[in-house]
Write a protein that binds this ligand. Structure first.
Ligand code: PLP
Length: 464
């Protein structure tokens, strides 16, 4: 069997002291706007095919876009292919992929276990069988034992997982309101990034927003909703919110207060289940009534799942009169059921998960060391992290506690994003890094050096 952690096609570019040559500059502009203008001009010059494709795409998709996060100015970079831990754009630049499909890409672009599971499924099983299969029960059993669940149901995205889990919580409790936290993101129509429910959220009358990591505030808010509250829905680490770690005290308080008033405690582990063999909840000794999953657990295919105690999940048991219907053409699609199982069973074994998370923590520590004394820091846990540039002067990882206290300097973040592409790193523009299994250590070290030189060449912009 192939080793679980693979180093595939490591094309290590030499560490550059400066990217001045690449940017074709005599010196770095001291002014942020001028530096950004230079970096954008260089981006436009080196990516003519992406520009052309974007100009075509605006005729077919609103703004040329079908996934808002990927819309960037001056135009989005168009990727052509991926291999191992790398992606290659339409102008043939190859990058170390730190977007890692926002945590769904954990296995990389060509993991042999995943590839053989997919090709085997296509050639010997078939795409969709329109019936229950042994594969879905086998995968559910693995997820139950890994994440301490009574019962599981599959769906097609993390958004769906949260929608169905919330419907289950409402059915179980007979209540409607749900406490969520500003900065939280639970899906395309369950978004609270700005401290308000997004305009296109579902159930706009039912959300009650609290402040993340505010222990006393959460207690008062949740317990004050006795008789109305179906659930508290929270991420153990706010991923889209900027990799903000929830404290043990805060999350335990959410669980305790929910239970005190008969509401359910729902943990969104769509991103965080990869942080420990039993998910982030196992590190924090949390016992959610319902947990939602997605991303990498589909082996790289569209995937979602929700699970919890047998009693709560029985609201979805079709043998029970009056149970909730949960249909979905692709809920048990053969590709995700097989690739997801192969990934969790054969690749992301508990020991691989632990080692990978340790590497991620060590990487983040090195990055934060490089950032000392600047307004830049990296927050997060294990192999999921985010870069921050504070508009308020020096910032450390421990300052990243809730969206209300982070005043991001988005222009500096843009400059970082553009210049890291010049260095050969593909990072999400909002600054999230989700590592891919098998990324060579040399590429991590080279990134630390690239961050150091970014902070050095722009010292007038990053030091207060
Ligand atoms: C914590 C969390 N929950 C839910 C979702 C929604 O998942 P999906 O994009 O698969 O719908 C995401 C996606 O980023 C997420 O980060």
């Amino acid at each position: 069997m192939a080793p679980a952690v693979l180093v595939q096609n490591p094309t290590i570019a030499p560490v550059t002291d400066t990217i001045k040559d690449k940017l074709n500059l005599k010196s770095y502009p001291a002014d942020l706007q001028a530096a950004l203008d230079d970096a954008k001009a260089q981006f436009t010059k080196r990516n003519p095919n992406s520009l052309r494709l974007h100009e075509e795409a605006v005729n077919n998709l609103p703004g040329g876009n079908t996934r808002t996060l990927l819309y960037t100015t001056p135009f989005p970079l168009s990727m052509k292919s991926g291999k191992g831990h790398q992606v290659t754009d339409e102008d043939d630049h190859t990058y170390t992929d730190f977007v890692g499909e926002l945590t769904a890409g954990l296995y990389g672009h060509s993991n042999p276990n995943i590839l053989s599971s997919l090709t085997n499924t296509i050639s010997t099983i078939g795409l969709n069988l329109g019936a229950t299969t042994a594969a879905e029960s086998r995968f559910a059993s693995l997820m139950r034992s890994r994440f301490n669940l009574g019962r599981v149901r599959f769906c097609n995205s993390g958004t769906e997982a949260n929608l169905h889990a919330l419907a289950g919580a409402r059915k179980y409790t007979g209540k409607r309101k749900v406490v969520v936290f500003s900065g939280g993101y639970h899906g395309a129509v369950l978004s609270f990034g700005s401290g308000q429910p997004a305009e296109n959220n579902v159930d706009l009358d039912d959300w009650v927003l609290g402040r993340y990591n505010d222990v006393a505030g959460a207690k008062e808010l949740i317990e004050g909703l006795e008789g109305q509250l179906a659930a508290v829905l929270v991420e153990g680490m706010q991923g889209a919110g900027g990799c903000i770690i929830g404290t043990k005290e805060f999350l335990a308080q959410c669980q305790e207060s929910a239970h005190k008033i008969g509401a359910l405690f729902m943990l969104d582990e769509v991103m965080t289940s990869r942080l420990a063999p039993g998910g982030l909840q196992s590190l924090l000794s949390l016992t959610p009534d319902l947990t939602t999953f997605g991303k990498y657990l589909g082996g790289g295919l569209a995937f979602g799942a929700f699970g919890g105690s047998t009693e709560v999940m029985s609201v979805y048991d079709p043998r029970q009169p009056g149970s909730l219907a949960h249909s979905g053409t692709f809920n048990n699609n053969t590709l995700a059921m097989h690739a997801g199982y192969a990934g969790l069973h054969d690749v992301y074994k508990p020991e691989v998960c632990e080692e990978f998370s340790k590497n991620g923590d060590a990487f983040r520590e090195k990055l934060n060391k490089a950032c000392e004394g600047t307004n830049c820091c990296f927050s997060g846990k294990g192999t999921i992290m985010a870069v921050h540039f504070s508009a308020d002067g020096e910032m450390k990882e421990s300052d990243v506690t809730c969206v209300e206290v982070i005043k991001e300097d988005w222009e500096l973040k843009d400059l970082f994003w553009l210049e890291m592409m010049e260095e050969g790193y593909w990072i999400s523009r909002r600054g999230t890094i989700a590592m891919i299994l098998g990324t060579p250590q040399e590429e991590l070290d080279r990134f630390v050096a690239a961050v150091e030189s970014f902070l050095e060449r722009h010292r007038n912009l990053v030091r207060s």
